[in-house]
Ligand binder design. Structure first.
Ligand code: ADP
Ligand code: MG
Length: 614
């Protein structure tokens, strides 16, 4: 079971991290400030209400030595209703703001992350598993947005409430207030201690949970492989141990909460009891009115809510911090292939290309003393030299791992040479924008990639302004039309997610049509025919020769029948060109190509004879 264990992120609360995240949400800074203000108003109302009650008790209700009165009742009711209305409005507004911030921040961060993903080069996707990126884009951004929207709300309320209630109590009766406040430090410490542990347990739960999701994913995706390898029992055991871990951490989290809450309630009740006792005695001797006592008890009871809230907010932020760090890492990744500022100035960037400045691409390609390595110290190419004229068809053959794909990936600038340079039309391609080159490139891979949508959409993907006629013409050129018209809805047939309703050969034909529609100057086919049957291969073979005329092309093919007609064939081995020439020249040399070819030819002949014998 493959597990992409992440490093454990910073455990300490980090203000600078949150500041950075907030910078990415700068469109919402105004809303955040408004939210804090509204929360202050809400907390203010919470503090004023008990005072209103105090006034009512001490003013309207008859008490020892004072008759009741209705005087001022109208004003009081009006004030009370006004306050109530204010609070209702504030609550309505903060719910609205919180929701708006959550959705908005989530959208903004996702948009920036998605843009980043579009910018990042090929090599980034080599390193990052798809699942990892998916959860960065979905659950992590969601969690961040939630935290930013709602934690800040709790924090603002908690702080204002705490301060306002303390001040009011001190004014009402400072001695009693100080005694009640004695409970605060131990409560804060206890809250902190518990929140930390509860958080840790929940973090473990989440971590195990994502492993379980991963296990589900692999179990489902790999069901066939599992069965053929008879791995069911092993998989089940691994899964059981994961769920067991999950249960353990969940129970721990629940038990901690179960202990924590009663402790807070008990401490709160102690303080309240003390206030009642002291205050009650004071009322009896006339040192305090009943209304004030009521307010005091009210505050004491309410006092612990903000403390718990604030502890909770910090715990919440600390736990969302991992998500924040992961999203930040993504947002701050610097692509290792970038256009220099001068190039960007002249030709525009990926999102704002200055096409009017782009020189037309002819298609001369030259490798000058190119070195390349994926990993430090493991050179794949060294001092690689090759000169290709515009319009030439170059075939690359050789064993797996020889470096054929590396050569074409360098041409496409998915990677850049570590030394030496690659020239297109005589100019180092780093002096032009990436988009310029890639707009002129057609690239067909072994595994064709289609996107959900119709066949027509998929072909048009290469050039969105192509007319239906152009789309159909491209399909005709590559001999794809006959199978397309056989489908029930023709060009408007839905291909399913990733093209799952088509065979590999059909997908491949569509990706040829797509590449052709873009009308690229340079064509790259990396094992494009390896995963289709021989019949489809012949259709594709025809398509290829049509598609390639007049364009510089690089074909990597396993079946040598595909490469016979190339202008030049390169036999690559160990990152070097071992032989180079036309099919005839190389056969005459009786070298590596001759051996490869005769071996394969004999194999094919044998297969054919066997096939006929059946
Ligand atoms: N993304 C990559 N990261 C690290 N090493 C790689 C990567 N792609 C290829 N390699 C290594 O580079 C060498 C050449 O690979 P490649 O160009 O794919 O060969 P070919 O296409 O001829 O089979 C191999 O040793 C391979 O293991
Ligand atoms: Mg390859």
């Amino acid at each position: 079971m493959q597990q992409f264990d992440e490093k454990d992120y910073t455990q300490k609360f980090s203000l600078s991290l949150w500041k950075k995240i907030l910078r990415y949400a700068k469109e919402y800074h105004g809303d955040l400030v408004r939210l804090a203000c509204v929360m202050a108003v809400t907390a203010g109302c919470d503090v004023v209400f008990p005072l209103m009650t105090t006034y009512a008790i001490d003013h309207f209700i008859p008490a020892l030595g004072r008759p009741g009165t209705m005087e001022g009742m109208g004003g009081f009711v009006a004030a009370y209703l006004g306050l109530l209305l204010l609070q209702v409005a504030a609550i309505f507004y903060f719910l609205y703001l919180g929701g708006k911030i959550e959705v908005g921040v989530c959208y903004t961060i996702r948009r920036q992350a998605f843009r980043k993903l579009q910018e990042l080069p090929f090599s980034y996707y080599d390193r990052m598993p798809v699942g990892y990126l998916m959860s960065r884009m979905t659950s992590d951004t969601q969690r961040l947005a939630e935290t930013i929207g709602w934690s800040l709300l709790d924090l603002a309320w908690g702080v204002v409430m705490l301060i306002a209630a303390s001040v009011t109590m001190l004014v009402l009766n400072w001695k009693m207030a100080l005694i009640v406040m004695l409970v605060v430090p131990p409560l804060a410490v206890i809250s902190w201690w518990f929140q930390q542990r509860i958080l840790k347990a929940y973090r473990a739960v989440r971590k195990t949970n994502s492993k379980i999701t991963g296990a589900f994913n692999e179990g489902i995706m790999g069901a066939k492989t599992t069965k053929t390898l008879v791995r069911e029992e092993m998989n089940m055991e691994e899964f059981t141990s994961l769920t067991h871990d999950m249960k353990k951490s969940s129970v721990r989290a629940a038990s901690l909460s179960a202990v924590y809450l009663p402790i807070v309630v008990a401490l709160g009740s102690l303080a309240t009891a003390y206030a009642l006792w002291q205050g009650g005695s004071a009322v009896l001797v006339g040192g305090m009115t009943l209304g004030v006592l009521q307010a005091f008890i009210n505050y004491t009871v309410q006092f612990f809510e903000p403390i718990r809230n604030i502890a909770n907010v910090f715990a919440e932020m600390q736990s969302a911090q991992a998500a924040a760090e992961r999203v930040l890492t993504l947002l701050e990744t610097e692509p290792d292939i970038v256009d220099t500022p001068e190039v960007e100035e002249a030709f525009g960037d990926n999102f704002h290309p200055k096409r009017e400045n782009w020189p037309a691409l002819q298609g001369d390609v030259e490798f000058c003393h190119v070195d390349f390595q994926y990993k430090e110290g493991e050179k794949v190419l060294s001092d690689f030299n090759l000169k290709v004229k515009a319009g030439e068809t170059i075939a690359l053959v050789g064993p797996t791992g020889a470096g054929k794909s590396t050569v074409v990936n360098l041409i496409c600038r998915f990677y850049e040479p570590t030394a030496g340079e690659i020239k297109i039309d005589g100019v180092n391609y780093k002096e032009r924008s990436q988009l310029w080159l890639q707009s002129n490139l057609g690239y067909v891979l072994q595994e064709p990639r289609l996107f959900s949508g119709t066949i027509r959409d998929n072909i048009r993907y290469a050039r969105l302004d192509a007319t239906d006629e152009e789309v159909e013409q491209a399909a005709r050129m590559v001999n794809a039309e006959s199978f397309i018209l056989r489908m029930d809805k023709g060009y408007d047939t839905d291909v399913g997610e990733g093209g799952s309703r088509l065979s590999t050969g059909e997908k491949q034909l569509i990706s040829f049509a797509r590449a052709l529609l873009a009308d690229p100057r340079i064509f790259v086919l990396d094992e494009a025919t390896s995963s289709v049957d021989t019949q489809t291969e012949q259709i594709i073979q025809h398509a290829i020769s049509k598609v390639l005329t007049g364009r510089t092309s690089f074909i990597i093919a396993h079946r040598l029948s595909t490469v016979r007609t190339a202008d030049r064939i390169l036999v690559i081995d160990g990152g070097r060109i071992k032989e180079m020439g036309t099919h005839q020249e190389l056969l005459r040399r009786k070298g590596a190509y001759y051996n490869l070819y005769t071996n394969q030819f004999q194999e094919e002949q044998a297969m054919e004879i066997l096939g006929k014998a059946e």
